[in-house]
Design a protein around this ligand. Sequence first.
Ligand SMILES: *Cc1c(COP(=O)(O)O)cnc(C)c1O
Length: 393
Amino acid sequence: MTVALMNTYQPLALSFTKGLGTRLWDQAGREYLDAVAGVAVTNVGHSHPRIVSAISEQAGLLLHTSNLYSIDWQQQLAKRLTALSGMQRAFFNNSGAEANETALKLARLYGWRKGIEQPLVVVMANAFHGRTLGTLSASDGPAVRLGFNELPGDFVKVPFGDLAALEQVQRKHGARIVAILVEPIQGESGVQIAPPGYLKALRELCNRHGWLLMLDEIQTGIGRTGRWFAFQHEGIVPDVMTLAKGLGNGVPIGACLARGHAADLFTPGSHGSTFGGNPLACRVGCTVLDIIEEQGLLENARVQGERLLERLRAELADNPNVLATRGQGLMIGVELKQPVRDLTLIAARDHGLLINVTRGKTIRLLPPLTIDEREVGMIVRGVGRALSSAPSV
Ligand SMILES: *Cc1c(COP(=O)(O)O)cnc(C)c1O
């Protein structure tokens, strides 16, 4: 551990020097299968040749001009994303938290235009929306919020998937509510999937009361669940959607998309970003979309995701510590009854497999959308063996 860095992370004693496709190599030259993908970021794989040449070509042409001038790649990416999602307008920034800040500002403006003095946004128990003051206030759990004064009175929290609780909140606070902010699948809190029809019911509730439906697709978007965006499984369209992680495949970029009223709320001066939407990040974003289309990665995420889920369930059927295995596309969680000590280290060291554990006891698998059947088998065997050799806490 180096004392020159603030004490915010607890990294494994493992450091990589090279990546290609689904694989990473450490300083000693050892190869690993990456089933984390930088937390759902490198969706098209490491060092994809198309991304490498987009970055190097653009770096040789132009990195940054600021939004004082129009940026062709930014307009192109906005066009592509709105066409894929059914949204109308995009705003670009540099991270997921910033994209959600943009959404929260839209919600406030929406309330202000309606003459609502103290607008409330409905958020979910166990939500994760980021680490800025605004987004941590919209998130849940002491790991994110402890020691920080939250923004007072901006949010009202309901259990994820619970429509009755929402109706209750509507009766109590209806006049102040302006929006619902929700992750289609809660990633950080352990791949929690809402009951079928939940998003549709939220859509109807928002229509009925004139609220904005704002989806945080930062983790679920850009093909992760086997569609471009997770809401497309449910046949609805949100009013606002946020993206980040997979959009730049490792180049920082975030986006907030909107349609209808929400798309027309900002006026010049109401929001901005120095770096946001620069030619490099937006060109890479366009290239990511090209690769997903040309390599058929949505289909691959669906097929390999189903295979991975099915084989994990078979492999872990007799494991007494496994409570549930669930997922959609290539976003899969294995919830354990008891936490397992050093599980990520054991998987990496003994089985050459990178996995993530979230909230202490859910193994989260987020491999690149490019994985093949053989790699699905490697993940299943690696997880099975790591679980059977690791000591319980
Ligand atoms: C990762 C994540 C964020 C935060 O993104 P950052 O880029 O770390 O700010 C927000 N919401 C969800 C659902 C995420 O998975």
